[in-house]
Design a protein around this ligand. Structure first.
Ligand code: FUB
Length: 324
């Protein structure tokens, strides 16, 4: 596979969530920064404390860095680690959903609002009640109903929420064992004003080829983190990073709340420990945004890249052949 250049190289960026707003392509990434924290499975080295928003008028054209759109110091409930964000537009307002550890060290999801896609975003004083873990992804369906997806295991703490309440001791179990179904990503409906959840948080079922939920032992297929939802020809595509293998996989369903059925892989593991992506249609073509560590060689200093995606005759997703 050819290795594209990062979309920007003046700072480190990761976990890109791409959206088209007002005819432009906007990217909402994490802003990775230097730290002397040692790499560990808890992800302590991902010690980010603000977000920048980027935009482009055309693929391959200049990318504008709109500067700091939100910072940890401005969010009363945040303790540390502003991880992978997402954005949504509803009724002319723009919403930034972001995970961070609260002052007790528990990951939650917050929301901040702006009048423009690039911000600045004004945070709500508290996190979204009922939210937990990491990697929020919002999806606004054609009927206006918005959904929030979230969850990530290991450092993302999803394994602590099996019972619906935070169980610190469950952290060490890291994930389900091989005899159980895999831990499920979470989904809930968002309110009209996008600031609260209006349904119970439920597990989003991803079935395997046999029609049963993917088993915990299937590391190349089971959910790990980095949920994303897009719609194509009336079907919902749920994509995510897998198990401890970090393939980028996807599943297809008839409803945004699931169930979904495993449909294949989009991307092999990238350079670096994490895989996180988004999928967006822009000017009639589909694009995958992702990151790798090719610029830095360090797990916690990543760079956002993009590649074109195509659908085959059965509406399966694959990377477009690189242009020579
Ligand atoms: O950027 C910190 C974490 O790394 C994200 O939340 C995960 O998805 C992984 O990319």
């Amino acid at each position: 596979m050819s290795n594209p250049k990062p979309i920007v190289d003046h700072l480190f960026t990761a976990d890109p969530s791409a959206h088209v707003f007002n005819g432009k392509l906007y990217v909402y990434p994490s802003h990775d920064r230097e730290t002397d924290i040692q790499d560990n499975d808890n992800g302590d080295q991902y010690d980010m404390n603000d977000y920048h928003v980027f935009s482009m008028d055309a693929v391959g054209g200049p990318v504008t860095d709109h500067g700091v759109a939100l910072k940890a110091d401005d969010v009363p409930w945040v303790g540390k680690q502003m991880w992978a964000p997402d954005a949504a537009e509803k009724d002319g307002k723009f919403y930034l959903f972001f995970p961070a550890r609260d002052k007790e060290g528990v990951f939650r999801v917050g929301v901040a609002v702006a009048d423009k896609p690039e911000g600045p975003f004004k945070p709500e004083p508290d996190y979204i009640q009922g939210s937990y873990s990491i990697d929020p992804a919002s999806f606004v369906d054609d009927d206006g109903q918005a959904y929030l997806y979230f969850g990530g295991i290991w450092g993302g703490q999803l394994q602590c929420w099996r019972s619906g309440k935070f169980d610190k001791a469950a952290y060490e179990t890291m994930e389900a064992t091989g005899d159980e179904p895999a831990l499920l990503p979470r989904v809930a409906k968002l309110s009209e004003d996008m600031k609260s959840l209006t349904s119970d948080v439920q597990g989003l079922v991803i079935n395997d080829d046999d029609g049963k939920p993917i088993h915990a032992s299937k590391h190349d297929r089971r959910f790990f983190e980095a949920a994303w939802v897009h719609k194509y020809k009336g079907k919902y595509y749920f994509s995510y990073s897998t198990g401890d293998t970090h393939f980028l996989a996807y599943a297809i369903g008839e409803s945004p709340m699931g169930p979904f059925t495993y449909a294949g892989r989009i991307l092999d593991p990238v350079q670096g420990w994490t895989t996180h992506h988004s999928i967006v249609e822009f000017k009639g073509k589909w694009y995958l945004f992702y990151h790798d560590t090719s610029l830095s060689g360090k797990n916690h200093l990543r760079s956002v890249k993009m590649r074109e995606l195509v659908y085959d005759s059965e509406d399966k997703l694959k990377l477009a052949e690189p242009q020579s």
